[in-house]
Structure formats: C-alpha cells, structure tokens
Design a protein around this ligand. Structure first.
Ligand SMILES: Cc1cc2nc3c(=O)[nH]c(=O)nc-3n(C[C@H](O)[C@H](O)[C@H](O)COP(=O)(O)OP(=O)(O)OC[C@H]3O[C@@H](n4cnc5c(N)ncnc54)[C@H](O)[C@@H]3O)c2cc1C
Length: 479
C-alpha cells in the first residue's frame, strides 16, 4: 500500500487541522531538540480527543505502522524523533490541551496530556496551589512528555520527580485499549500500579492522553540566595547543612561552575553582575506556604552558619522579586550560553550525593588527560545528585563530528566513573534513541530482561515508538 493511501486513511479520522504532511511544517517535528538527528515521517497526526487517539492507534496497528508519540519535542535523547525510514507516524498531543479539572480540596489537577507544563502551573496557581514540577523547558514541554521522560527539574529535592506527582492516568495501549484511571487517590492498593509503567517509558508502552497530578500548597514566601563557593567546598555537606538548618524548607539547590556562569552572562542581553567563587556558585531557595514564617531571617541565620564553616566566600540574599528573578535568569540561561558558543556534549549523570565530589575530581582528571584544552560547563540539580557534566564544543569545529568523537571515547570514561560510584548515565533525560547502547552497557541484565518482558506484554508487535529504549522479545528484537 502506498504512503499516500495510508495518509489518506488517517486524514479520514481527523478534522482539517488534524494532519500535517507539508514537508516544511513537518521539519519542526522530525528534528530532535539538540539537532543531532533528523528523521522522516509519513505524517504528523494531531488528535483532539482520546477517541481520535484510539482510532489512530487501531488503524496504525492494523496496517503495521509504527507510532512516535510527541509532546513538546524538548527531550534530549531523540525519543520523540522518528527514525529515517519514513514509515513511522508522529502522534502529536499538542491539540489535546484542556485543563479538565482542578480540585482544591483533593489538591489535584486533571489535564489532557498535551497541556503545556507552564499552563498547568498557571492554572494551579490561579486556584492558590502549586504544581511542583518546574524545568527550563516548561513553556514548551507537555505533561505527556513529562510523564514519558519522568521529568525532574528544579524542585525535585523538595517535591520529587514526575513519578512522585502522578495520581492518575489515561492512556491508549498499542491495540487501542484505553487505560482509564483518572482517579485522584493518594492511596489505592488494588494490585499493580499500572500508571507507573508509563512514567519514563518514553512512548514505548502506549500514548498517555490524560493525567492527574498532585498539587501542593502555594508558597507565599520565598528566600533566594546566591552563594559564592570557596575552593574545596564539600558540596554534599553544604547541602546537608542547608537542609537541616532550614527545617527542610529547601526547594532548590542548583550548582553552577564558574565557566557555566560566564557562558550565561555572555548570552544575556542585560548581563548579570553575579559572579562565581573559585568553586562556582549555588542558587539556594527556601519556600513556605505559611505567612507566619520569616524566611529571610531563617535564610540569614543559615547563611551565617555556612559562612562560618568557610565553605563559601560570600552570599547574596535576594532583596526583591527582580533580584530573585535575576538569579534564576542566570541559571536558566546556561543552556542558551552553551548553544551560542557552539553547543556542548551533554552528560546527564547522577551519583549518590556522598560521591558527588569524588565524581567531580575523577571526571575532571579524565577530561584533562583526554585533552587538556577541552572546556567544561558543569551545573545541575545537585540537591538530587544530578550533574550536567557538559563538554563544550570548541567554536571552530564541526559540532556533530566533535560530538560523535567525544561520545565514542571520553563520554564512556565519564559514564564508567559514574557507574563505578553507583551512579547512572541518564538522570533525567531518558534513553530514547541516542542512549540505547548505554543502557545495554550499564544496565543490569535482569532489569533489562524485565523491561523487555513489560514491552512485550504491552506492545508485542512493537508499534509504540519502535527503536527507542527496548524492543519486545521475539522476531523484531534483533532489528
Ligand atoms: C532548556 C531545557 C531545559 C530542560 N531542563 C530539564 C530539567 O531540568 N529536567 C528534566 O527532566 N528535563 C529537562 N529538559 C528535557 C525535557 O524538557 C524533558 O524531558 C521534558 O519532560 C520533555 O517533555 P516534552 O513534552 O518536550 O516531550 P517530548 O520531547 O515530545 O517527548 C519525550 C518522550 O516522551 C514520549 N512522549 C511524549 N508525549 C507522550 C505521550 N503523550 N504519551 C506517551 N509518550 C509520550 C516521546 O515519545 C518521547 O520518547 C530540558 C530541556 C530543555 C530544552
């Protein structure tokens, strides 16, 4: 059957705006966020209802057409990008963007999976509540993608990852069966927790069409500080002290090396005057939903203790909303700063907190002995043991060639080090298409076998995001 016959059949299921097959418009859906790979697709389908998703999946399954679910296409491992065959279809959830319900008493929000994260946050805030998932891509990533990647971000140290926020789910399986479990329950011990299968599954088990997320009381007080780190600072101990002395009101503990701060500063229209200490800087934020707590006073007391320890050179407590926003802007501009320079080879590693310093020491030595001229941009959600340990692409080289070279050599040394310290090669970016070889190299054999069995049970014909993460057992497994 020709491609145009397939496209025609899908078109019949959707309204006028439901299908994109114009090559120019398709390009934005077929290139991954880091522009490392451009795939090809039969068409981009944009359903507006769960029923339409069911119809698409049934037709695709019947014709043996593989489906790549897509949200905001902001993920870093090529999981939302079709392969080069041109035979896969993209199902974009971008038109399923309804907030279904906010329940202030149960403290939950029910949404279509295509809702942009920022819109869900704003809807919760309008009801006096906090959706405590926050990341640099929040204005474009979508809830289904956040579930697909188990997104983390800037507040994990206090509220956990997407997995910890998920109360209910609606998803369409590879044969069109709808899992309809949009309950708001905190407690529901009635067998397997099926919704959790979809978290971090990167579109390989089904298409998430709806979700119920846990909300928290909206903070009304915040205290934000910029800490210039002295050399030799024990980061994990510093974090421990801040958590303990702030009664665990810590929502953010973001580490930035000096080079990352310079890159961000250079990329800003209105450059920040914030500077790093010899060991970089940390952005610390405390938040409270109670008006009765004076967080500035608490932060000042915590900082006095930290200064006394000799771990920081100096600290600046934000005195206004705009000072606070300036600190955040600097942190959030780091990826842009890297991009403007010629990009970076990203290593989204995590290690147990107790091994963070050891990782930094060992990895630094590995980079220096690989090539003493390489520059690093190191930053991340250190509160969660997560570091973005990025090797900067020199300005005058071919980015893709350089990336390939690093990923086949130095990257493996860095991942070996993380693994030896009990860590992982992907803290929050997932596996997608780009990191499958790493899953094979570092994954526990039994765990991978269990993943393949789950994939086989959900999607034996490998319709859902074939080529990402793992294959089902059986004949297609060798592809
Ligand atoms: C500037 C920037 C900052 C970032 N910061 C962070 C961060 O702090 N923490 C973090 O975790 N990530 C971060 N990311 C990565 C990215 O934003 C997250 O992975 C995000 O969760 C992806 O959401 P998305 O909607 O863009 O998903 P997509 O990229 O569209 O898809 C991601 C995966 O989920 C699958 N998928 C998408 N929608 C569905 C669905 N409805 N049903 C089933 N599967 C689906 C896709 O097939 C794909 O495998 C950042 C990215 C950028 C560009």
């Amino acid at each position: 059957m020709s491609q145009s016959v397939h496209v025609h059949a899908f078109r019949e299921l959707l309204d006028g705006g439901g299908i994109v097959d114009d090559p120019e418009r398709i390009a934005t859906y077929t290139t991954d966020q880091r522009q490392l790979f451009t795939g090809s697709t039969l068409a981009v389908l944009r359903p507006t209802t769960t029923k339409q998703v069911v119809d698409i999946v049934r037709l695709a399954a019947h014709r043996g057409i593989e489906i790549v679910p897509q949200g905001g296409n902001t993920s870093y491992c090529g999981g939302a990008t079709p392969d080069a065959s041109g035979r896969q279809i993209i199902v974009s959830l971008e038109r399923m963007d309804r907030i279904r319900e906010i329940d202030p008493v149960s403290m939950s929000i029910s949404v279509d999976a295509g809702v942009i994260l920022k819109n869900a946050q704003d809807a919760a805030a309008a009801a006096g509540l906090l959706l405590p998932l926050s990341l640099g891509a929040e204005s474009s990533c979508r809830i289904g993608g956040n579930i697909g990647t188990n997104a983390g971000g800037l507040s994990v140290v206090r509220y956990g990852m997407t997995r910890d926020l998920l109360l209910g789910i609606e998803a369409v399986l590879a044969d069109g069966t709808v899992v309809s479990d949009m309950r708001k329950l905190r407690k529901n011990n009635t067998g397997y927790d099926v919704k959790q299968c979809f978290v971090g599954s990167e579109g390989t088990l089904g298409i998430v069409t709806g979700a119920v997320l846990r909300l928290a009381p909206l903070p009304v007080r915040r205290a934000t500080a910029w800490l210039k780190l002295a050399s030799g600072v024990p980061l994990a101990e510093l974090l421990g002290l801040v958590r303990r002395e702030s009664a665990d009101l810590l929502t953010t503990f973001e580490f930035m090396a000096a080079r990352s701060i310079t890159l961000a500063t250079e990329a800003m229209i209105d450059p920040s005057s914030l500077r790093a200490g010899p060991a970089g800087a940390v952005l610390v934020e405390l938040a409270s939903s109670s008006r009765h707590l004076d967080l500035d006073e608490l932060m000042e007391a915590v900082l006095a203790e930290v200064i006394e320890s000799g771990w920081i050179e100096d600290a600046l407590l934000a005195q206004s909303g705009s000072q606070r926003a300036g600190m955040w802007r600097l942190r959030e501009t780091i990826p842009e700063g890297e991009k403007r320079r010629n990009g970076s080879v990203k290593h989204d590693i995590s290690v147990p907190l107790s091994s963070i310093q050891r990782f930094l020491d060992l990895a630094g030595a590995q980079v220096r002995s690989y090539d003493a001229n390489l520059e690093l941009s190191v930053y991340g959600h250190v509160g969660d043991g997560n570091l973005h340990y990025n090797v900067l692409v020199p300005p005058d080289v071919d980015r893709l060639e350089f990336t390939k070279g690093i990923e086949s050599s130095l990257s493996l040394q860095l991942y070996d080090t993380a693994a030896a310290l009990g860590g992982t090669f992907s803290a929050e970016h997932g596996v997608g298409r780009f990191k499958k070889h790493l899953l094979k190299r570092y994954g526990d054999v039994g765990r991978i076998a269990a993943m393949c069995r789950i994939k086989t049970a959900f999607d034996p014909a490998d319709i859902m995001n074939a080529g990402a993460v793992v294959r089902p057992l059986g004949e297609k497994s060798a592809r």
